[in-house]
Ligand binder design. Sequence first.
Ligand code: HAS
Length: 560
Amino acid sequence: MKISKSLKRVIFWELGIPVALLVIGIYHGLMQTIYRAGVLNDSSFLHLDYYQGLTLHGVINAVVLTTFFAVAFGHATMTFFLKREPGKKNTWISFWLMTIGIVMAAWAMLSGKASVLYTFYPPLKGHPFFYLGAALLIIGSWLPLIEWVKMYRAWKKENPTTKTPLAVLGTLINFIIWLVCTLAVAYEVLAMLLPWSMGLTGINVTLARTLFWFFGHALVYFWLLPAYIMFYVMLPKLAGGKLYSDLAGRIALFLFLLFSVPVGVHHQFSDPGIRQGVKFFHGLLTFGVAIPSFITAFTLAASLEYAGRQRGAKGWFGWMGRLPYFDTGKYLFAYFICGLILFVFGGLTGIVNASYSLNNVVHNTSWMPGHFHMTVAGPVFLAIIGMSTHLYATLSGKKIFMPRINVIIPYLWLIGVLIFSAGLMWGGLQGEPRRTNLGTSYLNPKSPLFTPEWVPTTTLALLGGIIMFVAGMLFIVVFFGTMFRKKQLPAVLDLPVSEAYHDEPRVPLFDRFKPWLVVMGVIIVIAYVPAIFDANKNSGPAAPRFSPASPLPETTTTIK
Ligand code: HAS
């Protein structure tokens, strides 16, 4: 379909800005593996400090890229399926708020004044601009939901008995989760971190962490759901088949609405301020949030099996060999399937993390980045970059630059991440810490702390990191190469859409938000009131501000 120039432009900017920033994000990913393998024995390289680089890596890749993309993809899906556009003014205000936010945060990070990592845990202090920038990014990303709800209501009035398109349902659910979870982090940032970073107050560290993780685990599903929308709505069609069950997709999406938020304390199993019962309950709900992914795994596998058989496959597993892995015309398939293969391992390691006792073994070790590179840097990253290329190319009417390389990128990335994560997880099981410049200590042969057991693990991670870096840079070349080509095709908004194999009749419960929102609210209250009560009660004295450069607080004056 054709869309207005204004909407097209905003989508281009929202795809292009984070992809350009990705060059910095990916570079610092490679640098991490170099420091950690002991190739560098310094605390900085080219005037950029280790923690500064790690902050840039996490913030750009996991926060900026994902948020900008979710908004751009939301505009695309809502417009495509509802056949109407979001309001121009609101769309641009949202874009500018997000952009000003990242400029402020980027200044703070690049000038070395906010090396606080993407979790910005106090008592490590960042520049007020970092927190303000994060708040603007979040507020900007809320605005499109207002437009999308208006569009949805207008569509629903005209189509009261038609099932809501799956992509529309997914987008609305995702941004409702986002709105709810970001309320907590907005409070943390504006009411706690900002005044504290200006030296006006002390801070309750446990409460800040609890509010962060109220947001933080729902955040990972905010990353994941755009990918899930692509898997349910587009993947079966690209594979040459049908979605096995439309209702299964709806059930999975609504389950995310219930379980994405009330699980955050599973990141705080080792925090002493929160009682065991609360941790156990969040642990239990974490197994609940894995259910929609299990439903997805079986539904997608059945859809792919059907596609393989349509293409003439025989036997139990013959379908796996009949899928369009290297079809340059269906390159999105390659991005999606590689993401799904990674997610099998990402999901299984997530279940390990969620197990209260096993978590003690892996928490804060390099196992953790092993897990999350097979989730956020797996299905999420691959879906984002594949779809960014697709949206840009179709909306601008340009042919893909280097189509063969484009279809190979996800396989290269898959191999890189598997090697990289294997190294990290192997090391993690031997106690290798995360977020540590091993090159200045444990991987420096001149240091008394030198730990030879971590030589093979970090070398493996370095090898994987180099492969990932090459794949990432090839993507940058393909994306910007496509951008600089001449227009040769009609410029349209075009998304592949699968038919359903079982297109179940409309079940009103799975087409309405109210009952689910009520249950969501109840579970959140039950899970989080005791957690916040504990965080308030057991917090200890208010903490002063620290910088990464010194173990001593920045100020010794007494604070309230
Ligand atoms: Fe996680 C920590 C538990 C999913 C990201 N997670 C993290 C952190 C990040 C992250 C970034 O319980 C680190 C945060 C930090 O900096 O401290 N995670 C889980 C669980 C799940 C899970 C139970 N995580 C994700 C997703 C992420 C993500 C998704 C990003 C997008 N995670 C944890 C826990 C921690 C944690 C603890 C804290 C640990 C600690 O101590 O700090 C579940 O949602 C996973 C369910 C997934 C599945 C897999 C389904 C498989 C599918 C693929 C099917 C394949 C097909 C292809 C069909 C059950 C859908 C077949 C075709 C062929 C041809 C083969």
